[in-house]
Design a protein around this ligand. Structure first.
Ligand SMILES: *Cc1c(COP(=O)(O)O)cnc(C)c1O
Length: 393
């Protein structure tokens, strides 16, 4: 092996320093990195001092991740945000951080359905006891709160699919006086339409997969905090579990954020208008918090700045075949899980039997509708086609 050859090998491995001066871009760079290098051995030895915010290893974040985290924190008027691989991961990490064996967890019964499997099965196996409560009945919450044992109360507003808006400030107040923390899933509203931290909540979880990403091409979640100690504990949980996110995904989320306000304003106005136009029928129910008869409409007016694009249609006494037939007529809506992208989405949702809500039988279908960015008339034509197909017009 010649000396020259060795020299070339090193040149392949160590890129030349290239000035950044004069390169002013509006885009947030994608910083990839597993290894973080340190200026000297002593700094490396003391790297733990950089926690919870600093860079120590790629798993705990690169500058691309930190930019997304601070942008989300600012949208919520929060101190910190932590970005995780999915919305469900945001919820699981928040719960795993504050709960341990023997603790009691109260979960609103209208939450995103996978949260029930997480709490009942996974947390149950760890010795954490979960009870579900009706978030629209504060007496139900008061009756189930066990002072000293209930460590966390989890809510979502509006509730997944059934769309009731609970009284988050009142729930937070009750929990605070019983010594329980409150977590809230704010995916529907995003920090632009609701800031649950202002309503007394301790941790906010969001699926960035939906409106932040905005284009159905990424999976990410976030937990947002005002309490730095709680934030540091969640970072520590992620570090123990070995959970981190890709800067490429964060870069896509940062791009999605650029247009989120505009997209939300558009789909929010349309969803309110369509819900209004569809309402008033005796043959089916429209579930949208902006409708005056919707449960918790007053709380929505008080605590939210508007609507996003997701609402539901509840139809009783129809067969699965009729539902499938109606959905198969649609030209503009796509059928599939998730929402918040540019395409209008629809799925038939089943409401779990452990719900307190009155209106749900085996023969009841909730169509969950997510309004997208297609031509308004095309979306409306599809909604009419469902009603026509089910003989509900
Ligand atoms: C989609 C969704 C989640 C989960 O997000 P993922 O990124 O798909 O894991 C959590 N909460 C709500 C309300 C959601 O709609």
């Amino acid at each position: 092996m010649t000396k020259n050859r060795e020299l070339r090998d090193t040149l392949c491995v160590v890129p030349p320093e290239t000035p950044l001066e004069g390169f002013e871009s509006l885009a947030v760079p994608v910083y990839r990195g597993s290894t973080i290098v340190f200026p000297d051995a002593a700094t490396y030895r003391c790297r733990a001092n950089r926690a919870p915010d600093g860079y120590t290893y790629g798993l705990s974040g690169t500058p691309t991740v930190r930019v997304l985290e601070s942008q989300l924190a600012r949208i919520h008027d929060a101190e910190r945000a932590v970005v995780v691989p999915s919305g469900l991961a945001a919820i699981s990490v928040a719960m795993l951080t504050v709960l341990k064996e023997g603790d009691h967890l109260l979960v609103a019964d209208n939450v995103y359905p996978p949260v029930k499997s997480l709490t009942r099965e996974f947390l149950g196996n760890l010795g954490i006891e979960t009870e579900y409560f009706d978030p629209m009945q504060l007496t139900d919450l008061r009756g189930r709160l066990v002072e000293g044992r209930t460590k966390l109360v989890w809510v979502e507003a509006p509730g997944s699919t059934s769309m009731e808006v609970c009284d988050v400030p009142a729930i937070s107040k009750i929990c605070r006086s019983a010594g329980a923390l409150v977590g809230c899933d704010n995916t529907w509203a995003t920090g632009l339409l609701c800031k649950p931290l202002d309503l007394g909540v301790d941790m906010v979880a969001e699926a960035l997969t939906k409106y932040v990403g905005g284009h159905s091409d990424l999976l990410l979640g976030a937990v947002v905090f005002r309490d730095i100690d709680l934030y540091a504990r969640v970072r520590n949980t992620l570090s123990c579990l070995g959970v981190g996110v890709s800067p490429d995904e964060c870069s896509l989320a940062l791009r999605g954020l650029q247009t989120m306000a505009l997209r939300l304003r558009h789909v929010g106005a349309l969803s309110e208008e369509f819900a209004q136009r569809l309402s008033g029928s005796q043959k089916y129910a429209v579930l949208h918090p902006s409708l005056p008869k919707s449960p918790g409409h007053g709380f929505w007016r008080r605590d939210f700045k508007g609507s996003s694009g997701v609402f539901s249609l509840r139809v009783d006494d129809i067969s699965a075949e009729a539902v499938d037939h109606a959905l198969d007529q649609l030209k503009t809506f796509a059928i599939g899980a998730s929402w918040g992208g540019t395409r209008s989405m629809i799925v038939p949702m089943v409401i779990a039997p452990d719900r307190h809500i009155v209106h749900s039988a085996d023969s009841t279908t909730h169509f969950r509708v997510s309004i997208g960015l297609e031509t308004e008339g095309h979306i409306w034509t599809d909604l009419q086609a469902i009603l026509r197909s089910l003989d509900l017009q």
